[in-house]
Design a protein around this ligand. Structure first.
Ligand code: GDP
Length: 301
């Protein structure tokens, strides 16, 4: 945990340090406010959130006057926390619903880290003594099912997949959920394909997977995986996916590879859906629940 925290700090240091230095100056004139705005935009906070944050900071500085370093830190802590909204439910469905498992669908563009995230999540759930089953509904790339199964074997959970290349993804998802119900597991996680270049095909496919699963069990969670290093691109992807499926939570991966932690804020605002988990590396333990207070503390470390 300390190691993950250190990575979170590293990825956010530029933003937090910049703000602390700028706001601790004796005189905060328009030039300084411009610099603050630029710092926020550079950290991928997005224009809406940047404007809102700058406005509220300006208002407070005007009313409350100059603050020492500790005062600036606590003001920033309050305002950033408000912006990221600690009241959102960030739990991930992983408990049985009556006589069936929780069903989690994982969506996102190829390469963002879907399969890796499922592997990491499975490991966390196994450590919590939960029975997990994986479904390899990304049947488009032969390697995808293989990779998921490898992760499953690594963390000790079974994977339902098709032996045929290009099998119907919805039928694999159906079989996985059926196996999960029969085997009375706690949670079934379904990996899906993410060929965004074929938007219509993708919409049809994801929609169909969901409908077919729902012949047996509700889909309790649709996690959208986004790569934090892709900035605005990630936001556009988020929009496309949220038009297709009802996204219930975001997993932001590769936060270890960017200094632009502000993307958390921008994505949440765009989708109105909470960031629930963050990926901080390629290893099996490099996944953390998103805790607003920890994130803000890491920003201001
Ligand atoms: P998928 O196509 O969406 O299933 O993506 P993969 O799970 O295959 O991941 C693509 C690449 O991103 C792999 O090399 C992963 O090791 C890497 N990756 C996934 N999550 C993270 C993360 O949080 N941090 C870093 N640095 N790399 C990650």
């Amino acid at each position: 945990l300390a190691r993950l925290r250190a990575r979170l700090v590293k990825s956010n240091n530029a933003l937090g340090k910049g703000l602390l230095v700028l706001l601790s100056q004796d005189k905060i004139d328009d030039d300084v406010w411009d610099d603050i705005e630029e710092t926020l935009l550079l950290a991928d906070l997005g224009t809406d959130a940047t404007t809102e944050l700058v406005d509220s900071l300006r208002e407070r500085v005007k009313i409350e006057g100059h603050r020492d370093a500790e005062g600036v830190r606590s003001m920033l802590r309050e305002e950033l926390t408000k912006l990221i909204d600690p009241s959102m439910d960030r739990s991930v469905a992983s408990d049985r619903r009556g006589d069936r498992p929780a069903v989690v669908m994982v969506v996102g563009v190829n390469g963002v880290g879907k399969t890796t995230t499922i592997g990491k999540m499975a490991r966390v759930l196994v450590a919590e003594d939960k029975d997990v089953l994986l479904g390899a509904a990304d049947t488009f790339r032969a390697a995808a099912a293989e990779q998921l199964q490898t992760w499953g074997a690594r963390v000790g959970v079974p994977t339902v997949r098709s032996d045929v290349d290009g099998a119907d993804p919805a039928s694999v998802a159906y079989e996985a959920v059926k196996a999960g119900i029969d085997q009375e597991v706690d949670v079934v996680m379904v990996d899906t394909a993410g060929r965004l270049q074929n938007k219509v095909g993708l919409m049809d496919e994801l929609g169909k997977i969901k409908r077919v699963i729902e012949k047996q069990a509700e889909v309790d969670e649709v996690l959208l995986v986004l790569d934090a290093t892709t900035g605005q691109n990630g936001l556009n992807q988020a929009k496309v996916f949220s038009e297709v499926v009802n996204v219930t939570g975001i997993v932001l991966t590769k936060l270890d590879g960017t200094a632009k932690g502000g993307i958390v804020v921008a994505i949440q605002r765009r989708l109105g859906v909470p960031v629930k988990l963050v990926g901080l590396g390629e290893g099996a333990d490099d996944l953390a629940p998103f805790v607003v207070e920890d994130f803000v503390d890491a920003l201001l470390e």
